[in-house]
Design a binder for this molecule. Sequence first.
Ligand SMILES: *[C@@H]1O[C@H](CO)[C@@H](O)[C@H](O)[C@H]1NC(C)=O
Ligand SMILES: *[C@@H]1O[C@H](CO)[C@@H](O)[C@H](O)[C@H]1NC(C)=O
Ligand SMILES: *[C@@H]1O[C@H](CO)[C@@H](O)[C@H](O)[C@H]1NC(C)=O
Ligand SMILES: *[C@@H]1O[C@H](CO)[C@@H](O)[C@H](O)[C@H]1NC(C)=O
Ligand SMILES: *[C@@H]1O[C@H](CO)[C@@H](O)[C@H](O)[C@H]1NC(C)=O
Ligand SMILES: *[C@@H]1O[C@H](CO)[C@@H](O)[C@H](O)[C@H]1NC(C)=O
Ligand SMILES: *[C@@H]1O[C@H](CO)[C@@H](O)[C@H](O)[C@H]1NC(C)=O
Ligand SMILES: *[C@@H]1O[C@H](CO)[C@@H](O)[C@H](O)[C@H]1NC(C)=O
Ligand SMILES: *[C@@H]1O[C@H](CO)[C@@H](O)[C@H](O)[C@H]1NC(C)=O
Ligand SMILES: *[C@@H]1O[C@H](CO)[C@@H](O)[C@H](O)[C@H]1NC(C)=O
Length: 733
Amino acid sequence: MLLLLLFSLLVAVEVQEKAVALPSPSCPKSCGDVDIEYPFGIGAECAMEGFQLNCSKTGVPLFFDEIPVRDILLPQGQVRAMKHVSTMTRGSGEDPDIYGKDLSGTPFTYSGTSNHFMVVGAANTIAYIADNNFLVGCATQCSPNNHLKAQDGQSYCKCQAKLGGNMSNDYVYFNEVKNDTKRYTNRTAGGSADSYAVIMEAAAFGFNASLPNMTAFLEAAESRINKSDPYGGRVPVILNWVVGNGTCDVASRNKSSYACISNNHVCVDSNSSNGPGYLCNCKKGYSGNPYLPDPDGCKDTDECVVQNPPPCPGRCINIPGDFYCPPISYPRIVGLVVGPTIAGLIVVIAITCTFLVRERKKLANIKQKYFQQHGGMLLLQGISLKQGTAFSVFTEAELIEATNKFEEKNILGRGGHGTVYKGILKDGSLIAVKKCVSMTSEQQKKEFGKEMLILSQINHKNIVKLLGCCLEVEVPMLVYEFIPNGTLFHFIHGDNGCHNIPFSTRIHIAHESAQALAYLHSWASPPILHGDVKSSNILLDKNYVAKVSDFGASILAPTDESQFVTLVQGTCGYLDPEYMQTCQLTDKSDVYSFGVVILELLTGKKAFKLDGPENERSLSQHFLSTMKEDRLMDIIDDRIKSDSNIGLLEEVAELARQCLEMVGERRPSMRDVAEKLERLSKVMQHPWVPVQYDPEEMESLLGESSVANLEMICTGNFSMEKRIVQGLLESGR
Ligand SMILES: *[C@@H]1O[C@H](CO)[C@@H](O)[C@H](O)[C@H]1NC(C)=O
Ligand SMILES: *[C@@H]1O[C@H](CO)[C@@H](O)[C@H](O)[C@H]1NC(C)=O
Ligand SMILES: *[C@@H]1O[C@H](CO)[C@@H](O)[C@H](O)[C@H]1NC(C)=O
Ligand SMILES: *[C@@H]1O[C@H](CO)[C@@H](O)[C@H](O)[C@H]1NC(C)=O
Ligand SMILES: *[C@@H]1O[C@H](CO)[C@@H](O)[C@H](O)[C@H]1NC(C)=O
Ligand SMILES: *[C@@H]1O[C@H](CO)[C@@H](O)[C@H](O)[C@H]1NC(C)=O
Ligand SMILES: *[C@@H]1O[C@H](CO)[C@@H](O)[C@H](O)[C@H]1NC(C)=O
Ligand SMILES: *[C@@H]1O[C@H](CO)[C@@H](O)[C@H](O)[C@H]1NC(C)=O
Ligand SMILES: *[C@@H]1O[C@H](CO)[C@@H](O)[C@H](O)[C@H]1NC(C)=O
Ligand SMILES: *[C@@H]1O[C@H](CO)[C@@H](O)[C@H](O)[C@H]1NC(C)=O
């Protein structure tokens, strides 16, 4: 335990070291009368690298141990520093006093926009400054209108220049022109004349005015000798800074070095370091220090208090990052006469609103209740756990919109228990919405969400994809991908008579359907029984690829033996006879039903016919008896019979016969069936798409039949067998 504790402590320390170093609360907040704000700090532990200041004994924050700082302008990314004026004394033969400072390699530059280069003094003095990017200079000119008068009546020549950009060096170079030495100045003793040059804050001396305040400048320039005045001999200059190299976009990617820490910050790109760099600011509606973690960072501005005049005419409510002016109520503004009428109106409106809100709430409650009842929470949890599934929970409103309020003309198919509508989602994708009529047992309702979750995980190219469901209605609605070409049932038995579907196509469809069922039985986890395999539950997409649908009512294979499946399933003609006796649905029940589908493909006959001779009503019985009598070819569809494929036909018929075995155990598994069909379909070299088919004809044939008999969760018409089964169930067998 101790070791573990130690280890976690070590890890914690390491993590802390990696993060941007932050000032401890004990760091000084000011020096003299200057507030010190991070990233600046007094001492190395209190400042960001490169922003360290030293506080002098007299209470002056010093940069590089020499340049006093007057103000820290956090949002602008600037500081106002105080710099000595460089001086050259003409005719003295002495070296000029130069106070240049090279800032390259630091986060600082001399601001190109806030400062000017100023030269004052004797006539024809040339002075300039230069760094790697810019050279700025001027020669003093004197004319009756252009000289400066100091308060003592002395006159000076001057010139000033705007900077080309943000400069990193302010070293001054003087160049004297020997003539005109004293023409406009006799100020200094001994016949020599001083010239002054400095880069300085333009606004400080009103350089924009026609006559700068020479007195203030000279006071500053000439008091530099006064050691007791910390800012003596200095003029203000504005320095730009950035907290990091690179643009915001780049810098923000490296969290461990990104300086903007407050949650309510915005990053600002800055070119002030003559290359990409960035600064941090507080978001609009916040103020404070974006370089500090919350709650010391950017704090909400109380606009209602801070703004003058107040931002709202009436009451003002401060909200994070903003403020809100509640509307002024009518009676106060409107006069007495209109007042009562409006008041009455407001009462009526209020009552109506309350009523509507209550109704709405009631409706929302009902929706919520249904949602819970149908296991919605479980489903949502499941979905959120399994990322990547494209399963969504739709709202009722969405489906109403998609189907144009469940419009009649969008109906794709109708069954005894439900109706399927075609719909278009907002993104333009087509869907099929199954709206059921009722859902009976409580158990069924509860399990719904769980089943949806399992079904949503199924992803097979031959299975119609369940896109989502809607649970907030009394009976859940299911949303499937839209399959355009109708059902296999219509393909075989379409209204326009039997189609000339080549044998290879039929085998191909059988193979794909078998693969889908094999997948459900053997690879889906938990295994899923379809429970209602029939040709009208096999859909065909635009390339006539088979898609098995409607296992919405299918039963997850019972995992323990006590779990008997008692749900009524199946459709007349396809129902496993063994199921009629045991009332237990197994994977072999699906195999039986699939055998009937193979028969439909082989014979072109319907699975069950109410009209017709007694012994031919059930296709499976009819087929088995012909097989027994060795008259197979009598029942095979004439259009696929040919001398060349008799062997294949016999093989397929034999497969169907095995599927139709009375005893489930003797039937092959769906996997075996799929494998066998795959082999047979490979034997056939012909393309499976009906070549001799005229696409237009195909479309006309299938156009109407694409109103698919999409029997999904609820099985179709009350068939005779179903009634029998129901009877059996009710009588307790
Ligand atoms: C601050 O003062 C200390 C001690 O005088 C000195 O060692 C250090 O270099 C100074 N730092 C700066 C940034 O001037
Ligand atoms: C400079 O001084 C010399 C003599 O002292 C004079 O001849 C010349 O004109 C002066 N130049 C200017 C530009 O005033
Ligand atoms: C020089 O300064 C004195 C006062 O210090 C003044 O009386 C005199 O007129 C000045 N000379 C010129 C040429 O400006
Ligand atoms: C001149 O500078 C002063 C401050 O020194 C400022 O208030 C004023 O707006 C400036 N005028 C112009 C025209 O820039
Ligand atoms: C010039 O500067 C001095 C000292 O800062 C100040 O007292 C004076 O009012 C200023 N004059 C003008 C015209 O701005
Ligand atoms: C030096 O500066 C101090 C403080 O600003 C001031 O009180 C004093 O008069 C100045 N001394 C001279 C000689 O200008
Ligand atoms: C920015 O880049 C320069 C050189 O490219 C480097 O000297 C300096 O330390 C960098 N500054 C920061 C804050 O990373
Ligand atoms: C992020 O910043 C840290 C500290 O400056 C540095 O050590 C690390 O290499 C940077 N990571 C990347 C991906 O640039
Ligand atoms: C910074 O400089 C680059 C090119 O030098 C320019 O494209 C960009 O707009 C500048 N950004 C700012 C904020 O001035
Ligand atoms: C100088 O810095 C400012 C930011 O303070 C920036 O907007 C401007 O583009 C820079 N100028 C140049 C020439 O890089």
